[in-house]
Structures are given as structure tokens and as C-alpha cells.
Design a protein around this ligand. Sequence first.
Ligand SMILES: [Cu+2]
Length: 399
Amino acid sequence: MGFLLGFAAFLLAVVLIVQIIRVFELTSKLSGTDQSKISYKDNRTRAYSWLAFMVWYFGLFIWVVIKWGPLILPEAASEHGATIDFLFDLNWAILVIPFIITHVVLVTFILQYYAKPGSKATYITHNNKLEMIWTIVPAVVLTVIIIYGLNTWNEYNGDIDEDAIHIELYAKQFDWTARYAGEDNQLGKANFNFINITNPLGLVTEETIKIRIQELTDQIAELEEELNHVPKDGLKESEKLAAIHHKESQLSKIHAFRRNNELSKNAAKDDKLVKVEFHIPVGRQVSFSMRSQDVIHSAFMPHFRAQMNCVPGMVTRMRFVPTITTAEMRKKTGNPEFDYLLLCNKICGAAHYNMQMNVIVDTPEDYAKWVAEQTTFHAKLMASLGLPETNNQLAQNIQ
Ligand SMILES: [Cu+2]
């Protein structure tokens, strides 16, 4: 409705302008003035209108900066953040300074050289010097920005420290899970064929291999049983056969994991999965690996000036060193409720806006305490199956 009203108002405005122009044409015809001649007075009015327009335009620009400027992000909370901020400010300077200079020059020329009686325009078709200036200057400026940008990118994506903390951010429509590497500081293997209700990230451990083998074997048996009760050569039969084929290929992939990953398959056992919020310690490098279950998401942590896409079928990485704890940032911003955020920065579907996690930057002591309190994947898995953590009934039952 609002759109229709707006559109009607726009149409009426156009009709109004056309009618006003026609009135001007008719009155000038009646008074006998020549339409094709623009008077000195008209030119002067236009020149000064440009001056008024520039004052209004600059005024608006200053107003926007004052009004919305305070909403800009607070001081960067990571080591590389200051470099990104400098790059950002440099880009702003490169945009704003020429913006002001070119507009002042433009309006000065209009005021100086608008058509006056007796004056004649100079006719210039080409000027090599000018061409050189406006080609070389932007080329040099762009080269500086790009080289500086690439250096910043390398700083942010370079080698991973030996004592870095490894965290995986797993994205799916529409939430995040953070996975910690656990005691061994090694993120265990994961594969989508292992995903089920008790293992949403598809982690590969002795138990999950067995659970999945059992689960798929049962499902295949069930489908084969159903196959006996559907009409021969019908649509239903081909559907069932396709489903069996799919499950069998999954099963063979899982068997391959069992054969090939004997050594690494238990690295996932002590991994810790958390939702809603995750903690990182101040002053230590955190190395993030990103995966996605469904579509492209993007892990965006604006306060740390960090962002990386999460792409289905591959692992992407980024790393940074947090420099300001959440408690310190609350003091600095004067906001006792301030929290660092992990947001999804790709429009990934209807509840995209809901995809966020709080990031808490702790002192190293608080971080160690928090991590120790988190339950391991293995413990959670066993609890969800109603088995004690040390039980190896699973290992005996499923061969
Ligand atoms: Cu998303």
C-alpha cells in the first residue's frame, strides 16, 4: 500500500513538472522571448544554485558523520585489528579528500566561468598532460592500497603458532557450534556421512563408526524388508532401491574410515562442543577452522576485524590474537552489557539474522577454568545413549 501511494505521488510530481514547463513555454511565447536563448540572468542563477547545492551537500555529509559516526565499531580487540583499521581509515581519507577538493574546484569553475556577455569559451579537444595525470595518480594510489591490503591479509592468514588454540566453527542453517580440540589440542576428523541425531557435526570416533554402521545396517535391512511389499517394477520399488543404494555407499565410506583412520579416529573423542557462547583467552593465538553443513555462511567477528566464509565441502581458516578481555571492553565502552559477537555475514536463508554466538574473551586463568568445565563429545554421546562414559559395551555389541 505504502509503495503504491509513493508511486502515485511520484507520477503526480512528474506530471506537475511537465505542466509547469509547458506554462513557461506558453508565457515566453506570448511575451515574444526566444526560447533557444539563455539569458545572462539565467546563467548567473544556475551558477549560484550550484554553490547552494554544494553547501547543502557538504552540510548533509557532515551531519551524517556526526549523527552515525558514534555507531562505528569500538577499538579493535585483536593484534592485527589496528592494521585493518588503518587500512580502512586510509581508504576513507583517499575517498573524502578528493571528494571535497573536486567539488570545490567544480563549483569554483562554474562561478568563475559561467557564460557572460562578450565572453567566449576555449575549445580544447585533447590534453596529454591531463590524461597522464588522471591515469597515473589513481594507478599509484590503487597500487599502494592493494600492496598494503595484501600485506595485511598475509599478516592475518599466516603461520599458526605452535601453542595456538584450535577451534572449529561449524555453520548450518541456522546456528553455530564451536568445537574445541580438547586435551590433545587436535581437532578430530569429521565427515558428513557420520552426521546423525547424536552426532550433528559428523565426528569420527570408534563409537560413532560403530553407531553409524549399526544404524545404516538396520536401515538397509528395513528397506529390504519393505521392498518385498511393494509392487514389482513400480515407482515405489525404484525409490526403495535408490535409497538402499545410497545407504550402502555411505556404509562403504564409513568402513573405509574404519580401515584408513585407525590412528587419528579418536582425536575427536575429547573434543568439546559448545553452543550459544564460546570463550577464548586474551593474548594467545586462536586458530579457527570453518565448515558448513548446507550453504555458504560467513564467520564474522567484527570487534576482532575478522571474517571468513564457511563453504560446504571444504575447511577454511583464519586466526587472530585477542588483545582486550570482555571485562576490559565493557569498561572501555561504558556498556556493562557489551559482548563480542560471532555473526553470520552471508544471507543464508530465512533465519539468517538469528545466526550468532557470543564470544567471551577471558584471562588465561578464567579460560582454563571454563574449558575444564565443558563436557567432552564422548561423554555427551555416551550420556545421550544412556551409557556410562567408560562403558565399552558399544565396542562389544557392534562388530
Ligand atoms: Cu548463515
